[in-house]
Design a protein around this ligand. Sequence first.
Ligand code: SF4
Length: 349
Amino acid sequence: MKPYSFYELLPNGKMRFFVDATLLKDFGICERRFWYRHIQRQKRKPRLIQIQGQKTFETTDYLSFPIAIGGWWSDVMERFYNLMKDNVPITDDVVKEIVLKAWVDNRLDLGNQIDPKKFTKFGDLLGAVVMLKEYKDSQYSIDKSIWKIVGTEMGFGLRKEVFVGETNKVEVYWVGRPDLGVIESGRLLPVDHKTVNRIDGRTTGRFKPGLQMPGYCFSFETIAKELGIDRRVDRCVVNICARERPSDNPRDGKKKPRFVRAYPTFTREEIEEWRRNVVNTCERIAHCLRTQEWQWGYSSCHNIFMRDCEYLEVDDATPMARDLILKASYVVGEPWIPYVKPEEEGDEE
Ligand code: SF4
């Protein structure tokens, strides 16, 4: 598939953007990091690390075991709900098959070398089978009775982007890929699968405010309308699963759930606020692109998802040394490619 950029300059002088929640969230963290990451596409060179005194592994495409588990779980859920959509009974043997296939595809075995402590705590392949088996026991019959599945991995990426808005400087489209689309009690709902370390009293309240969920609502409603389904989409389902199995004997005596669902809802006014924020952020990106001035996000340098920024080494150095550090420790990555359904790739001009 040919590479793409998330922006292009139009003959009328406007900038056209194709954005998603991850891209705009990155811009909000630090404009300069956004410039390194998405404009210059600087990526750390794969580093070889010594594990258990002998083996070496490249680490850059396998960030952490919890992130790998998140990818594996999305894969597992896609297979699970595809079977449900096709009315294939999900037995315990099918559970094992789904888990094993996704385990191999997502190279989860590597976790044993990269993050042995978390890997052992999770319980290896057996822990993965237990996770899906428990999910099936808790959700399968409920979902079969309350959900009509309208699609899995429903892309509205390239050529299915949704127009968000425009000003005299920018034209903005939203792209994305909700994991699942269902009808529940007559409502059309986008579903997003998420894994967390453990579920606590605050877990379900963490999805508002945010960019991703209102984006799903707005896009779903627009796409449905184009398909002749005039339904209001005012909420999402966030299908949350804890990676850690809750203790059978918790200290406070209250056993925590392993699976929980959040239903963030959005009024018309909130969706309109989201739409304006998205367009305004793109105006700011367009301004940065034109002036090549990107603000430093000092408060994030030592804390991006509890880690140092990946460009700290560069910005920590004097301006004269930065180019040398970039050349020595980073490589230019592939251009951004928006989501395209596999069967559509051949349609590329
Ligand atoms: S080191 Fe700080 S200023 Fe530099 S890109 Fe990272 S977060 Fe931004």
